[in-house]
Design a protein. Structure first.
Length: 720
């Protein structure tokens, strides 16, 4: 019997309900993971459901691993475990078993983002396409969008019509699909699309998988797209139980295909479905929660829920209005330093922004204040160059696919140039072989190139034999490959210490895999890491985290700063042009940002002229929507000089004075060239120019020349 004493009444109902179809609306910080894991444990322990009859789907490996660990900690020894995996991992398992009915081999290749880019680059070279005009990313996005929308190559050509840019992309799309077929390769979109197609065409396969499970649970249901929903509905069939958990107010991935209407319409699609709302928040203080609630209530398309919390605090949300971008960043950095000096760890702080480009001034301010920071969500472990290279060497020992070969054949340099690569690729197409088979079977080289190729093939064949030897562990094979290929020596010769450390981490990862799954194969390890794109890397040092709001989804911090809350930035210009639906998406994003904070929330925005927007910045409309009893407004209003200097206006204090009038009223003396001044942050400096009330001042290293409004309270003449 599981311990229900730690649950509130709504959570208890969500765990114990015996309805066939359940929709759990889980508000931010309402303990959804606890409910989901206890639900699984309840089915096994109390309802005597066989663990292998339970399927739980989530959307990141991190979440899947956390869920597995929690469930296993709750259970007594059961002899088997429930299926808990990402939706992509589930599809791989299904396809590895049954894709042969579609004429594909079970050991098909899984393409990651880097592999996709390699194929697109091939197409660009084949058709002489300028990557400056057609970026790789936009073309890959075009291919993905077509696939998920069910648009095949023929339809893509038809839709392109006479529009040249779409004709070019359709041609790349055709090349891409043909290359996939020739390599028996599926990208991440294909994994789900192919599984749905498999179920649609082969009823016996569908029934097999429907019979495999009795209970299907889906986490983060608000983020699924239409293809994923089809897959889930196929698996649920008419008789299986379907239990979905999500929050429409946190649907922030519509640009990836997430559709808020899927969770909204669940009760229509599944007759008799029951809805349970988890509305007690265990994360945020009452001011933060009430402020976020008052914001999100302005959305029309949502399930109404009144979140509440027992965490009472006198601290209100602080809204700071800065006169410019640099001042906003400086204020945030100064506030973090102040709170750090009072005893808060830097790890307690997160700075969230709408888009990556906004980090520039924030990073500069962190450096100015000597505050250690990290950009969270940068290059992921498995996407780093050296990790990709090492894994491609492993792929040579397993499958020797073309994409892996192209990446590593001349890394480290073996004197194999573009002409040789082109000849290999051309021969492969003409003879219907893989590129590695060409190296192995065709006598098309001579001289030094022939010797180099033969040595490479001999090396790979040796690895292949050892990969089949059960006495050789994946870790041992990996270490040998890295040495024998010369890759590790190349890094050591170039003193690439950070990359060497990453390679060591990867070898250790292979060791852990072998120890956890002693009977596993090299192919199974490579299958795992191809899906494992979000490895959880824990930073042991004390850093402030800077990240986009999207990257912050699912995280929480003691103190959160949400910067650049200006119309056109947050909500962004594109969303505002889309009307209320676009603004609702942005409002959900702001709601997610606010509810990342446990104890303190700061919202900041900057005045002045925005060169990105080509107009003066104004406060975000979302600030006005926050309950006035939960927010405190602080900061400055920059003076206005008509036509040249743009005013920054707090919404309740319109500014109509000219810059000159403001200066005259401020009793602040104007500065002249050569004046020695003192700034509260930058220290002593010398005025090198002063015009229109703005002084250019040279400060010592590392600050350099700064432009500062003469009347700014942080600035005074030396000796005053």
């Amino acid at each position: 019997m599981i311990d229900l004493s730690i649950l509130n009444e709504n959570q208890k109902e969500a765990v114990l309900s015996d309805d066939q179809y359940l929709r759990i609306i889980a508000g931010a910080g309402s303990g959804k993971t606890r409910v989901l894991t206890m639900r699984i444990a309840h089915l096994i322990e109390d309802e005597d459901i066989r663990p292998y009859k339970i399927l739980a789907i989530t959307f990141t490996n991190k979440a899947a691993n956390e869920m597995k660990e929690r469930v296993l900690n709750m259970l007594e020894e059961t002899g088997s475990s429930p299926w808990i995996s990402t939706i992509h991992s589930l599809c791989v398992r299904i396809l590895r078993q049954d894709i042969e009915v579609m004429g594909w081999p079970k050991n098909f290749t899984i393409m990651d983002a880097d592999d996709q880019k390699s194929v697109v680059k091939e197409a660009y070279k084949e058709f002489d396409i300028d990557s400056q005009k057609f970026s790789y990313a936009s073309t890959i996005s075009y291919i993905s969008n077509n696939k998920t929308a069910g648009i095949n190559v023929e339809k893509a050509y038809e839709l392109a019509g006479s529009y040249r840019e779409d004709q070019v992309r359709a041609k790349v799309y055709e090349y891409y699909v043909n290359r996939q077929k020739s390599m028996f390769a599926l990208d991440f979109d294909d994994l789900i699309i192919t599984t749905v197609s498999l179920f649609a065409k082969y009823k016996d396969v569908l029934e097999k998988w429907q019979n495999r499970f009795e209970y299907i649970l889906v986490d983060e249901f608000q983020d699924i797209d239409s293809v994923q929903y089809k897959l889930i509905r196929y698996l649920a069939g008419d008789y299986n139980s379907l239990y979905v958990v999500g929050d429409p107010d946190q649907t922030i991935y519509t640009w990836r295909g997430a559709d808020v209407n899927i969770i909204m319409d669940f009760v229509k699609d599944f007759k008799g479905a029951k809805t349970i709302i988890l509305n007690e928040n265990y994360r945020s203080t009452d001011a933060i929660l009430n402020g976020a609630n008052s914001l999100i209530q302005n959305n029309r398309n949502r399930v109404k829920k009144d979140l509440f919390t027992q965490k009472k605090s006198d601290e209100k949300i602080v809204h700071y209005a800065a006169s410019g971008d640099e001042y906003q960043a400086s204020w945030i950095a100064a506030k973090i330093k102040e709170l750090h000096q009072k005893g808060q760890s830097y790890n307690d702080f997160a700075i969230l922004y709408r888009s990556n480009y906004l980090s520039r001034s924030l990073e500069k301010a962190m450096l100015d204040e000597r505050i250690p920071y990290v950009i969270y969500g940068g290059i992921r472990f498995y996407e780093r160059q050296e990790v990709k290279d090492a894994l491609c060497y492993m792929r040579m020992a397993a499958n020797s696919d073309d994409l892996a070969l192209q990446r590593i054949l001349n890394t480290p340099r073996r004197g194999i140039g573009n002409k040789t690569m082109d000849l290999i690729s051309k021969t492969a197409r003409e003879t219907g072989q893989t590129m590695y088979e060409v190296l192995k079977n065709e006598d098309i080289f001579s001289g030094r190139t022939k010797n180099t190729i033969n040595a490479f093939v001999s090396m790979v064949e040796n690895w292949k034999q050892r990969a089949l030897d059960p006495a050789v562990s994946i870790k041992e094979l990996f270490e040998d490959i890295l040495k024998e290929s010369g890759y590790l020596a190349m890094l050591e010769e170039n003193k690439e210490n950070e990359r060497i450390e990453n390679i060591k981490e990867l070898v250790d990862d292979a060791r852990e895999f072998s120890e956890t799954y002693p009977d596993s194969t090299l192919d199974e390890y490579l299958q795992l890491v191809s899906l494992y794109g979000d490895r959880d890397e824990v930073l042991s040092s004390d850093f402030v985290r800077l990240m986009t709001v999207h990257a912050a989804k699912g995280l929480e911090f003691d103190t959160v700063f949400v910067s650049d809350m200006n119309d056109g930035i947050f909500p962004n210009e594109r969303a505002m042009s889309e009307g209320y639906r676009g603004v609702e998406e942005e409002r959900r994003l702001a709601y997610v940002a606010f509810t990342r904070a446990r104890n303190k929330l700061y919202i900041t925005e900057a005045g002045g002229f925005s060169y990105l927007l080509q107009k003066g910045r104004v406060p975000s409309r979302f600030i006005k929507e926050i309950d006035k009893d939960t927010i405190e407004h602080v900061g400055v209003s920059a003076p206005k000089q008509e036509d040249t200097v743009f005013s920054h206006v707090l919404f309740d204090t319109p500014q109509k004075e000219t810059f000159t009038q403001k200066l005259e009223k401020s009793n602040v003396k104007s500065f002249k060239k050569g004046d020695q001044v003192v700034h509260a942050k930058f220290g002593e400096g010398v005025v090198i120019k002063c015009a229109n009330g703005v002084a250019e001042i040279a400060f010592p290293y590392p600050y350099g020349v700064k432009k500062i409004i003469s009347g700014h309270p942080s600035l005074k003449k030396k000796g005053e």
